[in-house]
Design a protein around this ligand. Structure first.
Ligand code: ADP
Ligand code: MG
Length: 701
């Protein structure tokens, strides 16, 4: 027999309940303190039945008019219905599952207090499975007359029993939790001490603002949120400090290579590009690996920046690898780099799954033996069979398409940690970037190359299609190109494929004499490349595609982008698609076609696209509508889940936590000052995973 878990000694628990709590991860009173309510009910005052509103859970009190059903006889009605009135209206309470003894609790003529969420059925309010507040509850501080916590379910423990246990825990244990932050920090963030916060989060005081508790914005909840985000920022800062100690091959620039690069630039760099290039060259010259994220909206010109970095590496006789998420994009970078370096003895190589096995082996051999200087490729680059001779720089394009793991795999390809530049065109809202890429330095390309015309964007319904087709015809006859993009049908790739094939056939009929190409994920890499090349060269002028063109594709002649079923795309994705046009000097347009029933509603959501071309604003809007889960890479970020905090909702606390972390790292990185002992203990507890403010409990299910 092992010793019982300490939670068993809380009043009212005992062996059976203990077992169930332990099964939920609650072993100690401390665990229970960090098992937080997922919601609250304001039971401070009784609500007249007439004033009930749908959706809110409130107490009502009334006289019982009738009790029906619930009998034990064969064929008895399965529903127990109790009708009450309080003089302002009638309410029917219903139970669909219940213990037979429940019926005994109601007698016509007596009064009862019920607490539940009202809904309407044939004009009368109903409550399903309301909680019955016993008469004695009036003086009971746990269930009645207060803001009451609603806990996540613990299997086998009725909510009222669980609430009572939590009450006991809070009474005896909340005041024993040591505060770890010094008063100065608490004051600066505007949060109360831990003990008070814990007590209030479980059982808010009578004068509390129930709504703020419900949306997690009370100062007491912010105290816990701050703790979590502070620990997150600290972990990120440590990670970063770790890479600063690592060694790398320094790749300082010199006049010679800079002149060589300048001579070859096909255009003047934008101010932003110049700034970013300087940041990168400065990093590359250091004996520690660069870890830099280059964020730049679609079309801001990231490719050339990558090429410049690769050229500096070449100057030092070491290898650079550039990894892209799709075959099409890898091929495109490869060609661009070949063009840019023409006439120099730079050996650019392409490694992709599209190559026949023999050639692939040959390329791998060249990489291994150092006969390739700049190697462009897809995921193929990080496969085990690929070994570099002296990789010193890794560039990852469209980072959001890769996970942290792939980033790490590329780093491991160097004998010494290579410098790393990750680029993303998906404008990740700053708040999210902090957690996703908190260990990276960030450069931003916030300026578009000159001469770019804004892309005229229009949301159109079926009736507008004729006009769209006319525009396609006009543009193509002027020498332009057009894309028609179809969504991936999630249920079946087959349907998507059929849709795409059918659309391309229809368009071939509609546009006689126009070269219509078809591009989709099921095609062989070589076929994709071939189609892309023909589109680029103008042999094909209209390209029907699934979302494979979403990322990075650069065909400056393309001036029309048509997105079918635009309502099925996220706004950021549409922004990416729109970024495929407007890359040349001719005015371009983007048509978002929405059909079907939800036409109007979808049009309203999509209208953001008509109003702004700012990828960051669009991403924030997306984040607001769909939440962070949709941003690729979030789940793979390698950062522990936040239990209480939400980086979007709590962005302001996140930033404060970052500031405070930075100051502490400067002033007392070892946290050895006496007034920092609490913080040190807190961080240590969190990293040993036992105790701390963050047990492995989620209050969000
Ligand atoms: P992204 O940031 O989306 O990867 P690209 O690197 O593909 O953008 O660049 C988009 C287009 O803009 C390309 O055709 C590129 O040649 C062009 N471009 C990049 N920088 C400049 C510049 N400074 N001036 C003019 N055109 C530029
Ligand atoms: Mg790009």
């Amino acid at each position: 027999m092992t010793a019982p878990y300490p939670i068993q000694f809380v009043k009212g628990v005992g062996p059976r309940l203990c077992e169930r709590l332990v099964a939920r991860g609650i072993r100690t009173p401390h665990d229970a303190l960090y098992f937080f309510p997922k919601d609250y009910e304001d039971r401070r005052k009784l609500i007249p039945i007439r004033e009930l509103k749908p959706g809110t859970t409130v107490p009502v009190r009334g006289k019982i008019l009738s009790v029906q059903g619930g009998g034990k006889m064969f064929r008895a009605k399965k529903v127990l219905e109790v009708v009450i009135t309080d003089g302002t209206g009638r309410l029917s309470a219903k139970w669909f599952r219940f213990h037979p003894s429940l019926v005994e609790r109601f007698r016509a003529g007596e009064s009862v207090t019920l607490c539940g969420s009202a809904r309407w059925f044939r004009f009368f309010p109903e409550m399903h499975h309301p909680e019955i507040l016993a008469e004695g509850d009036a003086a009971d501080p746990v269930h009645s007359g207060r803001i009451v916590p609603v806990y996540p379910e613990v299997e086998g423990i009725p909510p009222r029993v669980l609430r009572r246990i939590q009450w006991e825990v809070v009474q005896r244990h909340a005041s024993l939790e040591p505060e770890c932050f010094p008063p100065g920090i608490l004051a600066r963030v505007g949060i109360p001490p831990l003990q008070e916060s814990l007590a209030s989060i479980h059982f808010p005081r009578d004068d509390a603002d129930a709504e703020r508790f419900r949306d997690f914005s009370s100062p007491q909840q912010r105290r816990l949120i701050f703790g979590e985000l502070f620990a997150l920022q600290w972990a990120l800062a440590l990670r970063r400090a770790g890479t600063e100690r690592e060694e790398a091959i320094p790749l300082p620039w010199d006049r010679g290579i800079v002149d060589e690069i300048k001579r070859r630039l096909p255009f003047d760099l934008t101010g932003a590009q110049r700034r970013v290039v300087n940041e990168i060259l400065r990093d590359l010259g250091k004996p520690h690996p660069m870890h830099r994220l280059l964020q730049g909206d679609v079309g801001s010109g990231k490719t050339i920046v990558a090429w410049i970095a690769a050229m500096v590496a070449w100057r030092h006789g070491v290898q650079a690898a550039v990894m892209a998420p799709t075959e099409i994009l890898a091929e495109q970078h490869y060609r661009r780099f070949l063009e840019l370096s023409a006439g120099l003895p730079v050996r650019v190589a392409l490694l992709s799954a599209a190559l026949p096995p023999k050639e692939r082996d040959a390329v791998r051999k060249r990489i291994r033996e150092g006969e390739g200087d700049i190697i462009v490729g897809t995921h193929a680059l990080i496969q085990e069979s690929v070994a570099f001779r002296n990789l010193a720089l890794g560039v990852i394009d469209e980072q959001h398409r890769f996970g942290v793991l792939q980033r790490a795999s590329l780093r491991r390809k160097g004998r010494i940690s290579p410098h790393l530049l990750v680029m993303t065109a998906t404008p990740i809202p700053r708040t999210l970037a902090i957690t996703l890429y908190g260990d990276l330095d960030v450069s931003v390309l916030d300026e578009m190359p000159r001469g770019r015309l804004p892309v005229r964007t229009q949301v159109v319904t079926e009736d507008g299609r004729r006009k769209v087709f006319e525009e396609i015809r006009r543009e193509i006859s002027r020498g332009g190109r057009a894309y028609v993009v179809l969504p991936l049908v999630e249920e079946s790739e087959k349907i998507s494929l059929r849709d795409a094939t059918r659309t391309s056939e229809r368009l071939r009929e509609a546009f006689p004499g126009v070269g219509v190409g078809l591009l989709h994920g099921r095609m062989k890499a070589a076929e994709k490349e071939e189609t892309m090349r023909r589109f680029k060269d103008g042999d094909l002028q209209l390209l029907v595609s699934t979302t494979v063109v979403e990322v990075g594709v650069d065909v400056p002649e393309a001036t029309v982008m048509v997105v079918e079923h635009a309502e099925r795309f996220g706004l950021s994705q549409l922004h990416q698609l729109r970024g495929r046009v407007g890359r040349g000097t001719r005015p371009s347009s983007c048509y978002l076609i929405t059909g079907g029933e939800q036409g109007e509603e979808a049009a309203a959501r999509l209208s953001v696209m008509e109003k702004t071309a700012d990828g960051f604003r669009i991403a924030e809007e997306d984040l607001r509508i769909r939440g962070p889960g949709d941003f690729a890479g979030v789940r793979q970020s390698g950062i522990p889940d936040l239990v209480f905090a939400d980086i979007v909702r709590d962005a302001s606390i996140l930033n404060l936590a970052k500031e405070i972390t930075a100051e502490l790292q400067r002033e007392d990185p070892a946290l050895s000052a006496p007034h920092h002992a609490g913080i040190r203990r807190f961080l240590e507890m969190r990293t040993t995973s036992e105790g701390g403010e963050n047990p492995a409990l989620s209050s969000r299910d």
